[in-house]
Design a protein around this ligand. Structure first.
Ligand SMILES: O=C1CCNC(=O)N1
Ligand SMILES: [Zn+2]
Ligand SMILES: [Zn+2]
Length: 588
């Protein structure tokens, strides 16, 4: 059970006054990511003050009877795009409507994205987004910043945002060529800078160059409908970029977060890299966990276009179940929605050309119920894992924990009384989004919030939505999140230990003597990074094949670097083909 520590959250009494600044929740089963507990909860001034069985109830306090229900941390959606100017229009869920819809479904915090245009100051863009959001949000929110271009000024602004404005995450697009996309060498430098700042690097992982070429060819072949969207960016294009981002990040040992994982192939890349010991997090979204790309071939254009987002949903109908399995076993780590909604009128901008269909779907209101239905009710995960993937892990990754993401003394009173047996059928006719379609239309889900409490204010009251515009606050975040950065230290040390230059006797190019001892001698037959020289690299010592025995992932004591760090798994020593002179595990 989460430690019960007191945390100063900085929210003054007036901010959390709300309809009741004291609340008592009795009779429920508390579910945290690390366990469950039958206990009551006393809330005062927006903070969880006490958890236990025999709490003295102050007089005049409102009591919520949570008998037979679960008490879970409010959902945290770490990936939304509210009122985003995009593709010649603007997403219709703004910071008021979007956060109201979020609360209706049991989400009590969002993290949205500042997306500067190329050449736009990151700081100016940040101020713009704060101006849009602060007066509208119904629940607490935070922001990531997208790095859509690279220059010394951008580098400096990133540092200022981390040190002075409370940011610890930056997103880079590998797609949207010429609009948002950055190139590999820029990614390398941005990752290196994120690592130095103690920030998390997020990527939209699709190969933008391939998409640009494919889109032209698919359209020229006469395919103008939404099916062209998926045909132009099949899952290989997502998986390739996912792998490339992992390789780039590991060169500089930068922690990586892959947003909207939409395919089996990309998910497998993340799972494999995590097995190798890379610090990489995978974020499937409600859409990819509950529906699929066969919708792009629906006879109804409106239906098909409503499902257009990037990366696209995959036509393999087994994808959602596969991604949910990986999420249940922590090969994928947490869920979001990429909520970026457009009406049918807006989607019609692409009625003759799929490349012009505004990309984006809903999810904010329905994520919690959809994940409960497809994950818990279908028996793939328990309630604690549900809490982890909908709230706690996001709080830990983005350094909001334990202020957010846990039912613990001192934490914010962002709490949901969850009825696991109640059902609801999702429809655009009844949802709270501003859009006129819902990609989960007609889906009946178990798992419905009875009460949703935001910083002590009851915002869903026995199923009735009572969200208040402007009640939410911006939440800043510190760098070097322990959950992210603590596991990097060991890899940093290992690499430092292996970055030893080879000492050589002379530069006259004479054949050096064969190594006689197991440790690297003064006259080694290996090149600078400890590998056997191959065609044209280093001295031409001929020692037969280039193969060698190596303890993958562990220093072998001589300072010769080894392959990908697999120290985190039980893999034994493996026979490696010495890389042709490049570092197989990267260097930093
Ligand atoms: O990356 C993004 C931006 C907004 N919409 C979308 O579908 N993908
Ligand atoms: Zn994206
Ligand atoms: Zn997005």
């Amino acid at each position: 059970m989460a430690s019960r520590q007191h945390i100063n959250t900085g929210r003054s009494q007036s901010q959390s006054q709300g309809s009741e600044n004291r609340l008592f929740i009795k009779g429920g089963k508390i579910v945290n990511a690390d366990g469950t507990e039958d206990a009551d909860i006393l809330i005062e001034e927006g903070i969880i003050k006490e958890i236990g069985k025999n709490i003295t109830i102050p007089s005049g306090i409102r009591t919520i009877d949570a008998g037979g229900k679960l008490i879970i941390p409010g959902g945290i959606d770490p990936h939304t795009h509210l009122q985003l100017p995009f593709m010649g229009t603007k997403s219709v869920d703004d910071f008021y409507i979007g956060t109201k819809a979020a609360i209706a479904g049991g989400t009590t915090m969002i993290i949205d994205f500042v997306i500067p245009e190329k050449r736009e100051s990151l700081h100016d863009a940040y101020k713009k987004w704060r101006g849009w959001a602060d007066k509208k949000v119904c629940c607490d929110y935070s922001l990531h910043v997208a790095v859509t271009w690279w220059s010394p000024e951008v580098k400096e602004e990133m540092e200022n945002l981390v040190r002075c404005q409370g940011f610890n995450s930056f997103k880079m697009f590998m797609a949207y060529k010429d609009v948002l996309m950055v190139k590999d060498h820029e990614l390398y430098e941005i990752f290196e800078h994120c690592k130095k700042l103690g920030a998390l690097a997020q990527v939209h992982a699709e190969n933008g160059d391939i998409i640009a070429e494919n889109s032209k060819r698919v359209f020229s072949a006469g395919i103008t409908g939404p099916e062209g969207h998926e045909l132009s960016r099949p899952e290989d294009v997502e998986a390739e970029a996912t792998h490339r981002a992992c390789v780039l990040a590991s060169q500089v040992n930068c922690p990586l977060y892959v947003v909207h994982v939409m395919s089996k192939s990309a998910a497998n890349v993340i799972a494999a890299k995590r097995q190798e010991g890379c610090v990489v997090f995978g974020e499937p979204i409600a859409a990819s966990l509950a529906t699929d790309g066969t919708n792009y071939w629906n006879q109804c254009w409106r239906h098909a276009a409503a499902h257009v987002l990037s990366p696209p949903l995959r036509p393999d109908p087994t994808t959602p179940g596969y991604l949910m399995d990986l999420l249940a076993q922590d090969d994928l780590q947490l869920t979001a929605t990429d909520n970026c909604t457009f009406t049918h009128e807006q989607k019609k901008m692409g009625c003759r050309d799929f490349r012009k269909i505004p990309n984006g779907v809903n999810g904010l209101e329905d994520r919690m119920s959809v994940i409960w239905e497809k994950g818990v009710h279908e028996g793939k995960m328990d309630a604690s894992r549900f809490v982890a993937v909908t709230s706690t892990t996001a709080a830990k990754i983005f350094n909001l924990y334990p202020k957010k993401g846990v039912i613990a003394v001192g934490s914010d009173a962002d709490i949901v009384v969850w009825d696991p047996e109640k059902t609801r059928t999702i429809s655009a006719k009844t949802h709270h989004h501003a859009t006129d379609s819902n990609i989960f239309e007609g889906m009946t889900c178990h798992g419905v919030p009875d009460y949703v409490i935001c910083n002590g204010r009851v915002c869903v009251d026995q199923g009735q939505l009572k969200a208040v515009q402007g009640f939410g606050k911006f939440v800043s975040r510190k760098p070097f999140a322990p959950f992210v950065y603590d596991s990097l230290k060991e890899k940093d040390e290992k690499k430092k230990a292996s970055m030893i230059p080879v000492q050589r006797s002379g530069f006259d190019g004479e054949m050096v003597s064969k190594t006689t001892s197991s440790k690297q001698s003064q006259h080694s037959t290996t090149n600078g990074d400890g590998n056997k020289p191959s065609n044209g690299e280093g001295s031409q010592a001929t020692n037969g094949n280039n193969e060698g025995q190596a303890n993958v992932g562990r220093s072998n004591g001589s300072g010769i670097p080894t392959g990908p760090d697999s120290s985190s798994n039980s893999r034994s020593t493996v026979k490696l083909h010495a890389p042709p002179g490049g570092h197989s595990s990267g260097f930093w």
